[in-house]
Design a protein around this ligand. Structure first.
Ligand code: FES
Length: 345
C-alpha cells in the first residue's frame, strides 16, 4: 500500500513543518506514527514550556505574553487544589512514584480536574525525558498542584534552564533540589520564587554554588568587560540567542525574585555574594523578607554592580539599607498574596 505523502517526508522537513505548530498539535502529531513521534518530540521544538497556561487556562501557545511576566495575584484565575505536602521529606524524593500526585486525586469525580492532572503528569512522564535538556524557559508560577515531588521530578529533567518561574507555589527547598542536581542551574538567568514562603537560605546556598565560580582574581570590572551572555530576554519576555557558547556563562543571573520568601536571612544573601558575586544581576526583589538586615543587603549589593536601583526592592523599614534614595522599597502592599510587615495597618 502506498504511504501518504506527509508520512514520507524526511525528518528535517517534518521538523520544519512542526515548528509552526503549537504544543497541543505537536502532542497529537506525536501519536500518528513512530517517525512523527520522534520529530514532534525534538528538543528544538520545546525550548519554552508554559504548562500552567496550557493546561489550567487552556491556552495552548508557545511564547510569553505580558500576562506571563506578571508573577503576582494571578492565582485567582486558577483552580485551587489545596495540595499540601508539608510533611514531604528529603527521603521521599528518592522513592519511586512517591512524587506522583495522581493517586491523591484518583477518586475525585471532577472530570476536568482529573484531565488537567493527567495532562501535567503526561508532560512529565512522556515528554520531559525526551526534551528536558533542551528546555530553557519553564513557567510553573501559580501551578495549583505543584508538590515538592512533582517539582523535583520536573526540574531534575531540565538542567539547562535559563528562566524559571515557580512563583506563588508551595514549593520548598526540597522541590528546588531537583534544579541543582547533576550540575543543573549553571545557566540560570531568571529565577522567580516570589511568594514561595517555604524557601529558605538552603536554596540560596545551592543556587550560589550551582551558578559556578568566577576565576579567582577576576575583579568586578573585568567581569563587566567580559561579555559572556549566550542568551538574553527581549522586552516581550522571549529568549533570544546572542550566539555565544552557553558553557562559558558563569554566575549569569539577571533576575532574582524572592519577594515574600520571608525565611530568607542575611546568611542566604551572603551565600549569593560568594564565588564572585552576581555581576549580571539587574533585578532583585527582597520585599517581604522580614529577616534580612541592612548589613546582609550591603554585603550582597556590593558584588552586584549591574543592579538597577529601580528594580531593587526591600522592606521600607530597614534603616541604612543600600541606595536609600534610589532603591524601590517594599512592593508588597500592592499584592495580596505576599507578606509585608505593614499588612494590617
Ligand atoms: Fe516591610 Fe513591606 S516588608 S514594609
Amino acid at each position: 500500500r502506498e504511504q501518504p505523502l506527509l508520512l514520507s517526508f524526511p525528518p528535517e522537513i517534518m521538523l520544519k513543518i512542526f515548528s509552526h505548530l503549537g504544543p497541543k498539535d505537536l502532542c497529537h502529531c506525536a501519536q500518528v506514527c513512530r517517525q512523527w513521534s520522534h520529530s514532534a518530540r525534538d528538543g528544538e521544538l520545546w525550548k519554552e514550556l508554559y504548562p500552567v497556561r496550557w493546561i489550567f487556562k487552556n491556552d495552548w501557545r508557545f511564547g510569553a505574553d505580558t500576562e506571563d511576566m506578571c508573577s503576582c495575584n494571578c492565582d485567582s484565575e486558577l483552580p485551587s487544589y489545596g495540595y499540601d505536602d508539608s510533611s514531604f521529606t528529603d527521603t521521599d524524593l528518592d522513592k519511586e512514584g512517591s512524587s506522583d500526585t495522581e493517586s491523591s486525586y484518583e477518586t475525585d469525580s471532577d472530570c476536568e480536574r482529573h484531565t488537567e492532572i493527567h495532562q501535567l503528569l503526561g508532560l512529565v512522564r512522556y515528554l520531559l525525558p525526551m526534551i528536558g535538556p533542551s528546555v530553557w524557559v519553564l513557567k510553573l508560577g501559580c501551578c495549583p498542584m505543584l508538590s515538592n515531588g512533582l517539582a523535583f521530578k520536573i526540574l531534575s529533567q531540565c538542567p539547562n534552564l535559563r528562566k524559571l518561574d515557580l512563583s506563588q507555589t508551595a514549593v520548598s527547598d526540597l522541590g528546588l533540589k531537583g534544579l541543582f542536581r547533576k550540575g543543573g542551574g549553571l545557566q540560570l538567568q531568571h529565577l522567580d520564587v516570589s511568594g514561595c514562603k517555604n524557601i529558605t537560605d538552603k536554596t540560596l546556598f545551592k543556587l550560589s554554588s550551582s551558578l559556578g565560580k568566577l576565576p579567582v582574581g577576576s575583579g568586578i570590572s573585568d567581569i563587566e568587560d567580559s561579555s559572556c551572555d549566550c542568551h538574553t530576554f527581549c522586552s516581550c519576555g522571549k529568549l533570544i540567542s546572542t550566539g555565544i557558547n552557553p558553557e562559558t556563562v558563569k554566575r549569569g543571573l539577571i533576575y532574582l525574585g524572592l519577594s515574600g520568601c520571608y525565611q530568607i536571612t542575611d546568611a542566604g544573601l551572603r551565600a549569593l555574594a560568594k564565588y564572585g558575586g552576581l555581576p549580571k544581576l539587574r533585578h532583585l526583589d527582597l520585599s517581604g523578607c522580614l529577616h534580612v538586615t541592612a548589613e546582609g543587603l550591603l554585603d550582597l549589593v556590593f558584588v552586584c554592580p549591574a543592579l538597577d536601583h529601580t528594580e531593587f526592592f526591600y522592606c521600607d523599614n530597614i534603616d541604612e539599607g543600600p541606595y536609600p534614595e534610589t532603591a524601590s522599597g517594599c512592593q508588597n502592599l500592592q499584592c495580596k498574596n505576599r507578606v509585608c510587615c505593614r499588612t494590617g495597618e
